[in-house]
Structure formats: structure tokens, C-alpha cells
Design a protein around this ligand. Structure first.
Ligand code: FAD
Length: 354
């Protein structure tokens, strides 16, 4: 006889853990399934030098603060350590090494399929993040290029690029941070669609969170909000990016038309050879396993009101970005979404599974 859970959470990264905290407080019978062998979510795969955008005191999951860091911004390994200890501290029931391949629903019960068997639940939270769905634009000639190319999802350290003339594509934070360190070991060009825009030096992730919160509050209250003060998508001046700006390497070379076997053809028709390309072109959402249950678009976006699925009752999606709850893709922003999601689950269970 299979155990019927109140809730199964798919994904044991920061989003799954934040939901776990509130599910435990609500005394629900739940389980978290995660395909990786250890805790840490996508932080396990990030490049070695990646740090948070904000100090530890402003980067905490609900209930338990991230320990203070010696650094201005906690480093990747400190985030992984925090997530592991958080899971232990709250004794969250995470089954590791379990990948969910599909979900179906019959007579109001979800069937969650894995190589280790089927699990059943009255409700499901999908918290699988973005890392598993890196985006690379389908540019002309990309299949002809014979050099080394990777997405930032798989980039680890500049050491892999020593001696390789490298093109870095993408004007976001990933692009700027990777240009900053690869340019120290080899010749680099930075291709961006628009001129990269940098936030003022004193603006960190927590400041951005406050601006986003004020914007959210104003929208909820139907009040006007001057969002022009800072564009939340602009580059945060973390220390390595500041240092790279001083060296004069954060300069865009513009866009290119197409690729050829040895490099790219710039907009003015000039060809330039590159031995490596790093695509810092963002991510879709890692929701393909939900296709058996609900429609998702080409980026993996589902129909939701905040985190609640509009296509099937009993399903929530947490932590993917603005479309699943404002600032919900950040540690500090998860609290509100996770709390509200579990509140909605409680109401759902009360009216649908008495
Ligand atoms: P993930 O961390 O990706 O966790 C999802 C988990 O689900 C993973 O363990 C995965 O293995 C598992 N999974 C996926 N599919 C399945 C499946 N089918 N079955 C079972 N398990 C599955 N965030 C901040 O809060 N502060 C920052 O300063 C910050 N800086 C960033 C800087 C950069 C350059 C980048 C790229 C990201 C940054 N982030 C930051 C964002 C942060 O890394 C992610 O948003 C965050 O890790 C998302 O957490 P998550 O739990 O939703 O997803």
C-alpha cells in the first residue's frame, strides 16, 4: 500500500527547503524529492567564485539566519553549507538521488513517477529551478562553429580558458562576472545586444530587494511607483566586477550576425576568430517533467496566479522568478511566497480532502 502524502515537493534547493519549513510548521505529512545526491540545489553547479549579491543577514531562508560571513558577500560554498545545515536543522524529509520523470493526476490524487517507484500525494509543489534548462540562442551558423563552447551553467573557472581567445556573450550579471575573471587569464571580447548598464556601486542585492518590495506593494495598492530609479536587471557591482571596470575590460564589442567554423561575423561584416565561446544568455525554467500534467510554453512557463497553477488544482510552482511570486528566485524573497503557498495548500486540503 503506497503512503498518501499531503504534499510532495519536487526539488530540494532553496525553494523546496523554504516550502519544507512552512509545511513542517503546518504539521503536514510531506516529502521533498531531489535528483542530486547532496543538498545545495543549483549552487552546487555555479562557478567557483560566485558570491551572493547581498550580505548574509539579508540572504536568509525563513526561520534560521544564514551565519555571518567573513566576506562582504557570502561565497558559493557558504551558501551550500547553509542550505545543508538548514535542511538538517529543521529535519526536513528530503529523499536524494530521486528524479521525477512525470506526474499524472487521477481522481484528485497526484502520481509522481521516479526510477525508484511511484509516490502519491494530495498536492504537489514544483521547485525545480532554472539550472536544468540553459538557453542558447539559435543563431545562424552555431552548428558550424568548431571551437570550444559552453553555457554559463557549466562554467566553473577561468583556468579552463588559459591561452584560448574567448568570446563571452550576454550582458547580464553572469556575463559581466565571467568577463571579469576570464579577462585576467586570456584575451577576451564581450558581445552584448545592448550597452551593458551598471548599478551604482553602493546598490547591492538587498537594496534591489527593497526597491522590488516597494514596487510590489505599490502595484498591490494600485498606487504609482517610480521604477526608473534603478533598473533591477542592471549589473550589480560586486567586487570582481568593480575591479574589472577599473581595468577597462567591461566594454561591449556589440553584436554579431552569425557564427562560422572558427568564430563570428560581426555586424559590420568583419570576421573574427575565437577559440572558445561562453554563452551567458540565461535560462528557461526546468519544468519539462510537468508536461504530462499541464501546458508550459517554450521557456517552461506555466499559467499561474503567483505560485498557484491555473491549470490543475493542487499544484503550486515556487521559486522560478517573478511569474511565481515577486522576488521568489532569491533567498530573501522566498519567505513570502513559501508562506503563502503553504497557506493556500492548507485551504485546498481542507476543502478538497476532508
Ligand atoms: P535550484 O537551486 O535549481 O534547485 C532545484 C533543485 O531541484 C535542484 O537540486 C535540482 O537538482 C532539483 N530537480 C530539478 N529537476 C528535478 C526533477 N525532475 N526531480 C527531482 N529533482 C529535480 N539568488 C539569491 O538568492 N541571491 C543571490 O545573490 C543570487 N545571485 C545569483 C547570481 C547569479 C549569477 C545566478 C545565475 C543566480 C543567482 N541567484 C541568487 C539565484 C539562485 O542561484 C537561484 O535562483 C536559486 O538557486 C533557485 O533556487 P531553487 O531552489 O528554485 O532552484
Amino acid at each position: 500500500m503506497l503512503e498518501l502524502y499531503d504534499t510532495i515537493v519536487i526539488g530540494g534547493g532553496q525553494s523546496g527547503l523554504a516550502c519544507g519549513y512552512y509545511l513542517r510548521r503546518a504539521k503536514l505529512n510531506f516529502m521533498i524529492l531531489d535528483k542530486q545526491p547532496v543538498s545545495g540545489g543549483s549552487w552546487l553547479h555555479a562557478w567557483e567564485s560566485l558570491t551572493l549579491f547581498s550580505p548574509s543577514e539579508y540572504s536568509s531562508l525563513p526561520g534560521w539566519f544564514m551565519p555571518k560571513s567573513d566576506q562582504q558577500f557570502p561565497v558559493r560554498t557558504e551558501v551550500i553549507d547553509y542550505l545543508r545545515k538548514y535542511e538538517e536543522h529543521y529535519k526536513l524529509p528530503v529523499k536524494r538521488g530521486v528524479e521525477v520523470s512525470k506526474i499524472t493526476k487521477e481522481a484528485g490524487i497526484f502520481q509522481v513517477y521516479t526510477a525508484q517507484g511511484v509516490f502519491i500525494a494530495k498536492s504537489v509543489i514544483s521547485a525545480t529551478g532554472t539550472w536544468g534548462n540553459p538557453f542558447v540562442p539559435k543563431l545562424e551558423g552555431i552548428d558550424k562553429y568548431k571551437g570550444f563552447q559552453i553555457h554559463s551553467a557549466n562554467y566553473k573557472t577561468p583556468d579552463d580558458f588559459v591561452g584560448l581567445k574567448t568570446l563571452i556573450v550576454g550582458e547580464g550579471n553572469s556575463g559581466a562576472q565571467i568577463v571579469a575573471e576570464v579577462s585576467k587569464v586570456t584575451a577576451v571580447k564581450w558581445s552584448t545586444k545592448r550597452q551593458p548598464e551598471f548599478l551604482p556601486d553602493e546598490v547591492d542585492g538587498y537594496y534591489l530587494f527593497n526597491v522590488a518590495s516597494a514596487k510590489y506593494k505599490a502595484e498591490k495598492e494600485g498606487k504609482p511607483f517610480d521604477a526608473s530609479q534603478y533598473n533591477l536587471g542592471n549589473i550589480v557591482m560586486v567586487p570582481p566586477v568593480k575591479e574589472a571596470r577599473q581595468r577597462g575590460v567591461l566594454v561591449s564589442a556589440g553584436t554579431f550576425r552569425q557564427l562560422y567554423d572558427k568564430g563570428v561575423v560581426w555586424e559590420n561584416g568583419e570576421k573574427e576568430e575565437f577559440e572558445a565561446i561562453i554563452w551567458c544568455t540565461g535560462f528557461g525554467y526546468d519544468t519539462s517533467y510537468l508536461k504530462s500534467l499541464i501546458p508550459t510554453d517554450e521557456r517552461g512557463i506555466a499559467n499561474t496566479t503567483e505560485s498557484k497553477s491555473l491549470d490543475t488544482d493542487g499544484l503550486w510552482l515556487v521559486g522560478y522568478g517573478g511569474w511565481t511570486g515577486y522576488a521568489s528566485a532569491t533567498l530573501v524573497g522566498l519567505n513570502r511566497t513559501a508562506k503563502q503557498t503553504v497557506q493556500e495548500i492548507l485551504e485546498f486540503l481542507k476543502s478538497n480532502h476532508k
